[in-house]
Design a protein around this ligand. Structure first.
Ligand SMILES: O=C(O)CCC(=O)C(=O)O
Ligand SMILES: [Fe+2]
Length: 396
């Protein structure tokens, strides 16, 4: 069934013909499947990434907790980035999330600190927490993560540029939605081996109703794209249009790409944010998703355009350049419209609800590992009402 997930060979992007062919394939995959695979990814070192993940998760829990989010380590100020331990029965609902993980994002350079958003969005840009750099192993670990982050960021740019060209837009059309402060997250995940007797009750209850035991319940991702390393681990499944769960078998040196809610929404529903889940095959499992996410102040309240971006069968553009169709120029960013129409609904009345960052804070409370984020920010005393500096308000 993975035959239905198209594979894009990134090495083909070097030639104009390859780029055009990839554009067609990416558009088709995004419209019909919501998932694709990429191969020949420059710089991707699967073995090194897996070894790094194993090294980190094999270390003692007390060491991992040193870089834990505040909920797990009160000495740490972070609530968004950092390590979270496995929480078997953390969620009373049917949602299962049997995993531990480490979240890292971009490190905001000193010269951009003044562009950080106000509370509570500033939490989304917390400094990374990484193991103390006092051993060669921990230095190598941090280097592996930053190298992989660069690899998947480049791959994300490549896919977005292929997509833009497929839509008849300049190849760097989407870049201003991300720069200079993308909210992207790289997450290392370890799903521990879970013997049947130790499985949490919600997962077992679901299984007895004929559903498989899950490591991670069905969901959609939040951002634009997810670029996922599954190494040689099975378990990932996607939901097809006709309601069947199908496996995404792992393939060596291939990364899985899927669309998140934001790109699906901004495309006016043309691209699919496909539901997916991870089945517990009664074995330990590792994965490394990269969630490619825009700046906090991107306006996600309306699609790129009010009509479908490009009707099926419409001629695809032949070149990367040229003027984009006029109706596509309404790329949502923090705009005069938002300033003129302040948001109507809380949770953060001093911020426009149309902002990606505001929506993200609301969405992540669905996930066990972030369950407390909203409560934490709501109980913080710093409810300052400043808006971001003028530089961030202007169109980039
Ligand atoms: O572990 C996997 O293969 C998928 C994880 C996933 O879907 C997610 O973290 O959003
Ligand atoms: Fe996901």
């Amino acid at each position: 069934m993975t035959g239905s997930i198209p594979t894009i060979d990134l090495s083909l992007l070097e030639s104009p013909e390859g780029h055009a062919a990839a554009s067609r394939d990416v558009l088709h995959a995004m419209e019909h499947v919501g998932f694709l695979a990429i191969k020949n990814i420059p710089g991707y070192d699967e073995r090194r990434l897996l070894e790094a993940a194993k090294w980190f998760f094999d270390s003692p829990l007390e060491d991992k907790l040193k870089i834990g989010k505040r909920r797990f380590n009160p000495k740490q100020p972070n609530i968004y980035k950092g390590y979270f331990p496995c929480q078997p029965a953390a969620n009373e609902s049917k949602t299962t999330s049997y995993k531990e993980g480490l979240d890292i994002g971009i490190d905001v350079p000193a010269e951009l600190q003044h562009q950080l958003p106000p509370w509570p969005l500033k939490h989304l840009y917390e400094p990374n927490l990484l193991p103390q750099a006092d051993t060669p192993e921990s230095v190598a670990f941090s280097k592996t993560l930053s190298d992989h982050l660069a690899v998947v960021q480049r791959a994300s740019h490549a896919i977005m540029s292929v997509l833009a060209v497929g839509l008849g837009l300049p190849s760097d059309y989407f870049l201003p939605l991300f720069e200079p402060l993308p909210l992207s997250t790289l997450r290392l995940i370890h799903y521990p081996y879970r013997p049947p007797a130790a499985a949490d009750t919600s997962a077992e209850a679901a299984a007895t109703e004929g559903e498989p035991v899950l490591h991670c319940s069905e969901h959609t991702d939040s951002g634009f794209l997810t670029i996922l390393a599954t190494f040689d681990f099975k378990g990932l499944q996607i939901l097809t249009g006709d309601g069947r769960w199908v496996d995404v078998p792992p393939r060596p040196d291939v990364l899985v790409v899927n669309i998140g809610d934001t790109l699906a929404k901004l495309s006016g529903g043309r691209f699919k944010a496909t539901r997916h889940r991870v089945v517990d095959l009664r074995q330990e499992r590792y994965s490394v998703p990269f969630f490619y996410e825009p700046r906090y102040d991107v306006d996600i309240s309306k699609p790129f355009t009010h009509r479908p971006l490009q009707a099926e069968g419409e001629a695809s553009p032949k070149s990367h350049g040229g003027s984009p169709p006029r109706t596509l120029l309404a790329v949502p960013r923090m705009s005069d419209h938002l300033l003129a129409h302040p948001q109507k609904t809380p949770p953060f009345p001093h911020l426009p609800s149309e902002w990606y960052g505001v929506w993200l804070l609301g969405k992540i409370k669905e996930f066990v590992e972030y369950g407390d984020v909203l409560e934490t920010v709501e109980t913080e005393s710093d409810g300052s009402c400043e808006l971001p500096p003028a530089a961030m308000m202007a169109d980039a």
